[in-house]
Design a protein around this ligand. Structure first.
Ligand SMILES: [Zn+2]
Length: 459
């Protein structure tokens, strides 16, 4: 089988209403996307499974939903205002602006070699560009400015007065919401260390990106967990290993992704933040190579300590048994929900050579529709009426599609491409013996089933 390309996924996503270009009728905005009816349903299913797995079904986790617009000092304390920036260069000849690391990587790729640029300083990036005399990919000239940093946070001006006090930021990550609310959560709920706070929500980074569809976008959705513990009582290494197992199980079992497309990668000393004791990425083999899906970092007590320093508020925790006061340490599993989304589309995509059809082999819990109901033909009122009755019976419990357009083959094709596990057809025999045909998405085999059994099958 041919290698799956990103273009194939992009085309399917548009054709079947998963993902649209943002502001398309106005020419579109780069690196921003809208999720259509199928995309919204798939995203909702991913969120629900994540929330159920990591928040609801655990006794040591609570949820949070913090504001997107947030105080400028949060981002000073977190280090984002000072250090959260892309190293950029401008071509003086044609004014093209590009990320220095992307320029270098693309150049070495074109030379069929690779160069590790992550973690390199601006001076080191500059030196490579100068030494290799890397030309501008747009105009071919070699006339770069020196490497400069651009901040990735989106500033927001609150109110009508343009004063510095009114400057806030769209959050660059959801994690800070958990740190700044740590005391609120401890004081208002019955949590005891070790425990975690989890959150789903949008974050924003004003980066110049290579795109790769919804993999890297200016606005993206995260599922982050801050798991707090006292390292004197709970050793961090077994905790860290347990999180690795939980993350792996979530992707392979709950989302049904093939393990052969996943791997762990440990951050090198250069890429790891100075306060982190260990950082590993769970990576997925996207059509553009292995890329980060889910980061796992042991961040020590850095974040809470920073907020204690900047806010002057005591965020320490008192052990109810011993009375000891500590600043908790934290392990952070942080996943991109929209990266899970793209992984699922890529992993589920299957071209059935034998039947020349495209199938999304989605895990049933992820499928936008659990089943589809058709009348064999749409111009026989008694068939349509019976099919409607079957549809009405099923759709109250689960998301079920209705389709009476065109021929049955076209309807199967449409449902295969959005991953609907079962197609139920009401035909003339149904009127006689109250049975229907149920077609299995993956095998395309049809079986005759009594209408009374349908609820059980769809469940
Ligand atoms: Zn140029």
């Amino acid at each position: 089988m041919n290698q799956l390309t990103l273009d194939t996924i992009v085309a399917l996503a548009k054709r079947r209403g998963f993902v649209f270009q943002n502001s398309e009728i106005y020419g579109g905005l780069a690196n921003l996307y809208d999720y259509g009816p199928m995309g919204a349903a798939l995203l909702r299913n991913i969120r629900n499974i994540w929330w159920k797995t990591f928040i609801e079904s655990r006794t040591d986790m609570v949820g949070l939903d913090a504001s997107i617009i947030s105080h400028a000092n949060i981002w000073k304390a977190s280090g984002h205002v000072a250090g959260f920036a892309d190293a950029m260069v401008d071509c003086k000849a044609c004014k093209m602006r590009t990320r220095a690391d992307h320029l270098i990587e693309a150049y070495f790729e074109s030379q069929n070699t690779t160069e590790k640029v992550e973690g390199k300083s601006d001076e080191e990036l500059n030196a490579i560009i100068q030494k290799e005399k890397i030309p501008c990919p747009s105009c071919g000239k070699f006339d770069w400015t020196s490497v400069r940093k651009f901040n990735l946070l989106f500033p927001v001006q609150l109110g009508i007065l343009e004063e510095s006090q009114s400057l806030a930021y769209l959050r660059g990550e959801t994690a800070q919401g958990m740190f700044v609310n740590f005391k609120n959560v401890v004081d208002s709920s019955r949590v005891k260390l070790p425990f975690g706070i989890g959150q789903l929500g949008k974050s924003f980074r004003n980066e110049i990106t290579k795109g790769n569809f919804v993999f890297r976008t200016l606005e993206f959705e995260q599922g982050e967990i801050e798991y707090f513990f006292d390292p004197q009582v709970t050793p961090w290494e077994p905790l860290y290993e347990q999180w690795k197992k939980d993350m792996w199980a979530f992707v392979t079992e709950q989302l049904g992704v093939q393990p052969k497309n996943l791997r762990w990668r440990t951050h090198t000393d250069e890429e790891r933040s100075f306060y982190s004791k260990r950082t590993e990425d769970l990576e997925y083999n996207y059509p553009f190579g292995y890329k980060e899906l889910w980061g796992l970092a042991y961040r020590t007590d850095y974040d809470l300590s920073q907020h204690i320093k900047f806010s002057g508020v005591d965020l320490s925790y008192v052990n109810p048994q011993t009375g000891t006061r500590i600043v908790p340490h934290v392990i952070e599993p942080a996943v991109g929900i929209t990266r899970l989304f793209l992984m699922i589309l890529c992993d589920a995509y299957w071209f059935d050579e034998a039947k020349q059809r495209v199938v999304l082999k989605l895990h049933p819990s992820l499928a936008p529709y659990k089943a589809a109901v058709f009348p064999l033909v749409s111009n026989k009122p008694e068939l349509v009426e019976k099919a409607r009755a079957v549809y009405d019976m099923l759709r109250l419990d689960r998301a079920v599609a209705w389709d009476d357009r065109g021929n049955i083959g076209k309807r199967y094709m449409a449902q295969d491409e959005i991953g609907t596990p079962y197609c139920i057809t009401v035909d003339y025999q149904t009127l006689e013996d109250n049975t229907v045909t149920v077609r299995n998405r993956d095998t395309a085999e049809q079986t005759r089933v009594a209408v009374d059994e349908l609820k059980g099958i769809v469940q």
